[in-house]
Design a protein around this ligand. Structure first.
Ligand code: SOE
Length: 390
């Protein structure tokens, strides 16, 4: 029987617009059991030349320059918000009230207040919703979740994570939107701190309190020249300077509700680390350790191994019985960053078909924003702060 077609409307055509477009184009080639057939109906962006180029380059049937018009289209069932964070709230609420499934890039909002308003809107409209924390669907991280949930690590004592990049370590790198609070909401905190926080929530659970700090090392940068939208993490500067209004680095200690200790660090000033998204979990019966720059591998130490042969083993996570493995290539034929978005979109489409929000939903996204706000609250108070309930 022919599968029901589902119209996708994507808002945004830059870095995340590219990763999401590729995922919609590829997903039904690798997930034959998808419950619906995605149609790349239209991509949306303010600049007509740029969005028309993106539609042709990424394989969209059409394009729009007015996001409300895109959302109002009867041939669109899922709205994918891949814009900077300052536009998430208005778009997500409008899409929810139009009865669409809402898929939103991270962080959900620029503040908890924004995220809570989005959560209230999707819950009131009873629409399927999901946040694109794509690292949950790295096979090695999904395997770490399986190992922890099986009890094979026993009681969890520690979660420690470092997410280090270096793309703005050069003080002459221009003042791009990710460095402007009125657009991005925060710097490393909401951009990459949100990722390690979400991985901790996926693997360990909620934090109950924290003590945190943020720092801005370079206070002003050259203003950015006009963009075409496909710069990724590069940019051209001008001779004029502008104020950096977000954090360049952040760190926080956290106490998990289940008693485990958390140590979190995120920086864009770590020369040599391009996308060093790493974590380690220590339990009573072993340790798991992951580094996204070696994303197909999971390091595992088990105290159950015989005492004369204990040691860290490197698990290659692309065997058929491992999460999200077997759908692409035979064992040992590794996958990449783009596959984490294909895996995410596969679960989004099946969630839409079943009328069930796949993890992480907007409630998890709002929790994430609440913790990020609490790190900034602790930076200002200099004290430990509780994570409020909501
Ligand atoms: C820049 O820090 C960035 O593109 C993030 O915005 C993404 O979420 C991350 O996956 C890679 O780095």
């Amino acid at each position: 029987m022919a599968k029901k077609k589902v119209g996708i409307g994507l808002i945004g055509y830059a870095f995340m617009g590219k990763t999401h477009s590729n995922a919609y184009r590829q997903v039904d080639k690798f997930f034959p059991d998808l419950e619906v057939e995605p149609e790349m109906t239209a991509i949306c962006g303010r600049n007509p030349q740029n969005v028309e180029r993106a539609a042709q380059q990424f394989g969209w049937k059409g394009f729009e320059t007015d996001w409300r018009k895109l959302i109002d289209r009867p041939d669109i069932d899922i709205i994918d918000i891949s814009t900077p964070g300052n536009e998430h709230r208005e778009m997500a609420i409008y899409a929810a009230q139009a009865g669409k499934t809402v898929f939103c890039e991270k962080p959900l909002g620029n503040t908890f207040e924004d995220a809570k308003a989005m959560l209230d809107a999707v819950e009131a409209a009873k629409v399927v919703n999901m946040v694109c924390f794509n690292y949950r669907r790295v096979p090695a991280i999904a395997l770490a979740k399986r190992i922890i949930e099986s009890g094979d690590l026993g009681r969890i004592y520690h979660f420690r994570a470092r997410y280090l990049q270096d793309w703005i370590a050069d003080p002459n790198f221009p003042l791009v939107w990710r460095l402007r609070k009125e657009i991005a909401g925060s710097g490393t905190l909401g951009d990459i701190g949100a990722h390690i926080l979400d991985i901790s929530n996926y693997l360990i659970g909620d934090l109950s309190s924290l003590c945190g700090m943020t720092e801005t090392f370079v206070k002003e940068r050259p203003l950015q020249a006009a963009t075409t939208g496909d710069e990724g993490l590069t940019a051209q500067g001008t001779s004029e300077m502008g104020q950096v209004t977000v954090d360049d680095a952040t760190a926080w200690l956290g106490r998990f509700a289940n008693g485990a200790m958390g140590v979190f660090e995120a920086s864009r000033f770590a020369p040599g680390h391009r996308n060093f998204n790493t974590f380690e979990v220590n339990g009573e019966k072993g340790t798991l350790s992951f580094n996204f720059e070696r994303m197909n591998e999971l390091e595992y130490f088990s105290t159950d191994d015989k005492s004369d042969r204990q040691g860290f083993r490197t698990i290659n996570v692309n065997e058929n019985d491992q999460p999200y493995s077997g759908v692409y290539w035979p064992a040992g034929h590794i996958i990449g960053y783009e596959h984490t978005f294909i895996n995410t979109v596969a679960d989004l489409l099946n969630g839409h078909a079943q009328g069930k929000s796949p993890h992480p939903d907007f409630r998890v996204g709002a929790y994430n924003n609440l913790v990020l706000d609490t790190v900034e609250k602790s930076q200002n108070s200099g004290k430990w702060e509780d994570i409020a309930k909501f």
